[in-house]
Design a protein around this ligand. Structure first.
Ligand code: F2R
Ligand code: MG
Ligand code: MG
Length: 349
């Protein structure tokens, strides 16, 4: 039976933490043999290792800030979210943040700062960051807002607090929309799911800034749409190699090189795949496959985890995997609170 909406909410936030925690082992590795991934994952079943043995990184730290701020303010409040990022960074600076974003987080801590979007605009010589840091923390926007228009709007603003390049914030919009559609059960029809994402992104990328950023960075017109079309083509192929996925979609720290990749991981693993254990369900396959791509594994697995968790629900996550991750319980708690908020705003509309 399809998972309940509450189970999907919990699945989304907990599987995101899972992806971050298990993916940390391979972040930055170029070649990750599937055997090593499976060994790493089967090691989580060892009860002698202790609870919360795998620590979360910036991906989860910032996702928690987004969720907490949306809950406290009962919606998006840029000042509060910015303060929350800055406070979290000052309390735990060693969570593996991107080397550029730490300058923004330091500036956001200043009480004199009036425009909280300004530090992000000053990044990379005024071009802004196109890293995946806005996308990796975007899932809670899909759990806080009901309409696709609101998910788009607030995921964009939330990302712009650190990522002012359109490639950075549009990646966050795409990730939040993927979680939004998955929560509604749209992954039951995978071709329709990807087509909906393409038509949403055609609107998102059809603005002057996105068009000009694509040109300046020497990218195709409508770069996210172009990648999503490649996802569609790969889905239609009989077999796809890891090398092909990396060369067609990427596995890097840029949002464009990782958000469409995470979406592909989920779609590809809806069915059993050669090399992945038969006893694995779809969520386990998605996490394992995301790690086997190498590159920015914690972030790709975190984003794929959020989309897959929203589809399969919390019960698809093995207890032993869940128990190994620092912050899984807190994620479940935040998801339950967001579910309540979602239902309040739903009944008010
Ligand atoms: N930072 C990491 N991983 C690297 C090492 C961490 C490791 N644990 C260790 O300490 O050994 N992971 C985390 O960072 C990614 C998210 O990064 P975010 O928040 O987008 O940061 P930033 O600094 O804005 O961008 C990341 C890098 O992308 C390049 N870049 C971005 N915009 C650019 C531009 N306009 N021009 C040129 N380069 C640009 C830069 O190299 C940035 O440093 C996640 O993977 C998270 O897990
Ligand atoms: Mg990280
Ligand atoms: Mg990462």
């Amino acid at each position: 039976a399809p998972a309940s909406l509450l189970s999907r909410f919990r699945g989304a936030l907990v599987a995101a933490v899972l992806g971050d925690c298990v993916g940390g082992e391979f972040e930055g590795a170029e070649d990750v043999p599937l055997d090593r991934v499976l060994q790493h994952l089967s090691g989580l079943e060892d009860e002698t290792r202790g609870d919360g043995i795998l620590q979360y990184s910036d991906d989860t730290a910032m996702t928690r800030c987004v969720a907490q701020s949306l809950l406290t303010r009962m919606g998006f409040d840029e000042q509060d979210m910015a303060r929350s990022f800055a406070k979290e960074y000052s309390l735990a600076p060693g969570r593996g943040y991107g080397s550029g974003v730490i300058q923004v987080l330091r500036k956001l801590a200043s009480p004199q700062l009036s425009d909280v979007f300004q530090p992000a605009r000053a990044q990379f010589g005024g071009r802004g960051s196109f890293g995946n840091g806005g996308a990796m923390r975007a899932a809670p926007f899909a759990l806080a807002f009901r309409s696709a228009a609101d998910v788009r709007r607030y995921a964009r603003f939330g990302a712009m607090l650190t990522h002012s390049c359109s490639l950075g914030y549009n990646g966050a919009v795409l990730q939040a929309l993927a979680v939004h559609l998955s929560l509604q059960g749209d992954l039951a029809l995978p071709q329709k799911f990807i087509s909906k994402l393409i038509s949403e992104m055609e609107e998102v990328e059809n603005d002057e800034t996105s068009r000009s950023d694509a040109k300046v960075l020497n990218l195709a017109e409508f770069p996210y749409c172009a990648r999503l079309h490649r996802v569609k083509e790969l889905m239609e192929q009989n077999s796809v190699s890891i090398e092909e996925v990396i060369s067609e979609l990427g596995n890097g720290i840029a949002a464009l090189e990782s958000v469409p990749t995470a979406i592909f991981c989920v779609l590809h693993c809806l069915e059993p795949r050669e090399g992945l254990p038969e006893c694995y369900g779809g969520l386990e396959r998605t996490i394992a496959y995301s790690l086997a791509l190498g590159g920015d594994t914690d972030t790709i697995a975190c984003m794929a985890g959020a989309i897959a968790g929203a589809h399969y629900g919390i019960s698809a996550i093995p207890q032993s995997w869940l128990k190994s991750c620092e912050g899984a319980e807190e994620a479940e708690h935040l998801a339950e609170r967001l579910y309540k908020l979602y239902n309040i705003t739903q009944s008010e509309e």
